[in-house]
Design a protein around this ligand. Structure first.
Ligand code: FES
Length: 104
């Protein structure tokens, strides 16, 4: 399925990601090294923060308490914020647009 990624500079790129990867991995594999993902996807760094298209929010897995707490440490958190390593990419999310959040 396709994922649309918007960089911090506002550049939009449509990328193809494999189902079963996390959205963080799809973004990283597509060459966006500005998404640091320092902890490698174990929900402990918050450097994989993205803003998700409002229309897809209710298709995402529920947020864990850890994810919620980590997002609270980010100054750019809004109601479309998620940690991209906590979202498994699949057909249900085809065409989703994610914006890489500002660096804290
Ligand atoms: Fe560290 Fe997602 S990669 S929380």
């Amino acid at each position: 399925p396709e994922l649309i990624v918007i960089s911090r500079e506002g550049d939009e790129k449509t990328v193809e990601g494999a189902s079963g990867l996390s959205v963080m991995e799809v973004i990283r594999d597509s060459g966006f090294d500005e998404l640091l993902a320092l902890c490698g996807g174990c929900c402990s760094c918050a450097t994989c923060h993205v803003h998700v298209d409002a229309g897809f929010l209710d298709r995402l897995p529920p947020m864990s308490e850890d994810e919620n707490d980590l997002l609270d440490s980010s100054s750019s958190r809004d109601d479309r914020s998620r940690l991209s390593c906590q979202i498994t990419f699949d057909e249900a999310l085809a065409g989703m647009r994610v914006t890489i959040a500002a660096e804290d």
